[in-house]
Design a protein around this ligand. Structure first.
Ligand code: ZN
Length: 113
């Protein structure tokens, strides 16, 4: 499962950070998941429960922010919403679309105790 290794590495970053701050526990973790990242939020939530077991993040609240896909046309410069079925620019019909948002999955906030 794709989400398991991604979630594992984000949990490790969070736990490392919490240790450096000498925190007793991680209360909540906020992640951004791009709609084009291929990661399914429900699968991330499941992976999160598994990965946090026995760590400082056990029992932490997981907040997931969905980031919509956005792209820019290299021909006409217009921006457009992107999903897995967007292959052409809706403004000029060009195939030269460049995705600049929505592929990321990252840690954005951490609340510790
Ligand atoms: Zn265009």
């Amino acid at each position: 499962m794709h989400e398991l290794s991604l979630t594992q590495s984000l949990v490790e970053i969070a736990v490392d950070h919490a240790r450096r701050e000498k925190a007793q526990a991680i209360l909540s973790i906020t992640m951004e998941i791009g709609s084009l990242s291929g990661a399914i939020p429900e699968a991330v939530e499941f992976a999160f429960d598994v990965c946090t077991r026995g760590t400082l993040a056990e029992g932490a609240r997981l907040e997931i922010r969905r980031i919509p896909g956005r792209g820019r046309c290299l021909e006409c410069g217009e921006e457009t919403g992107m999903d897995f079925t967007t292959f052409t620019c809706p403004h000029c019909g060009s195939f030269a679309l460049e995705t600049f948002q929505g592929k990321e999955m990252r840690l954005v906030e951490l609340e510790v105790d």
